[in-house]
Design a protein around this ligand. Structure first.
Ligand SMILES: [Zn+2]
Length: 211
């Protein structure tokens, strides 16, 4: 297959079952690298410069890693356990760090997430919160959508009495360009079930404030 073909045609052929996944991935990396190279050329950069010689492929590989959550089969397989203790209070994992890329500008936004739920019949291991967050963060993303997707995942897979996610993040597209407001924090929240009740939300905020 020639690399001069248009991306649409290459995509179709790459989807054929005969092609190995590894080959598909390598071909995709090379296609992305060629687009990156075109941007660098358009910007008037000298690609014979040592520091730029392999930038196209470095960026392609970086996207491959940062947008890992777009790939089929990367959704976290979260095992749930029966709630044998009959635990009926809030479970919270707070200050979980994350990095994502703003889908409007393709520059990073990053910060911390606070995730809580009140179990019904099933519980999950605490480390799983971070894996769910990571999966949805590794793609061009909106903070609002990320918040909703994490709480939605808990709702669908755990069927808790309720769940709540708060994300605090800094957006480099706000800090480095446009209105240029370094340090501004964007806070989003999403709730399900009993978290619609004010006392439950207050308990969440109470747990957040504790040092
Ligand atoms: Zn942005």
């Amino acid at each position: 297959m020639s690399r001069d073909q248009t991306p649409a045609i290459v995509d179709k052929e790459a989807a054929e079952p005969a092609a190995e996944n590894g080959d598909n991935n390598q071909e995709q990396l090379e296609r992305i690298a060629s687009h990156v190279r075109a941007i660098l050329v358009e910007l008037g950069l000298d690609l014979t410069d040592h520091n730029l010689q392999e930038t196209d492929m470095r960026v392609a590989k970086m996207y491959d890693e940062m947008f890992h959550g777009l790939k089929e089969g990367t959704e976290p397989q979260v095992t749930t356990f029966p709630n044998e203790e009959g635990y009926s209070h809030m479970v919270m994992e707070r200050d979980i760090p994350f990095y994502s890329m703003c889908c409007h500008h393709l520059v990073p936004f990053y910060g911390r997430a606070h995730i809580a739920y009140i179990p019904a019949d099933r519980i999950i291991g605490l480390s799983k919160f971070a894996r769910i967050l990571e999966f949805y963060a590794k793609r061009p993303q909106l903070q609002e959508r990320l918040t909703e997707q994490v709480v939605g995942y808990l709702e669908e897979n755990l069927h808790p009495l309720g769940a709540m996610v708060v994300i605090e993040a800094r957006h480099l597209c706000v800090e480095m360009r446009g209105v240029k407001k370094p340090g501004a924090l964007t806070v989003t929240s999403a709730i399900r079930g009993v978290f619609h009740q004010r006392p439950v939300r207050e308990e969440f905020l109470d747990l957040l404030r504790r040092s």
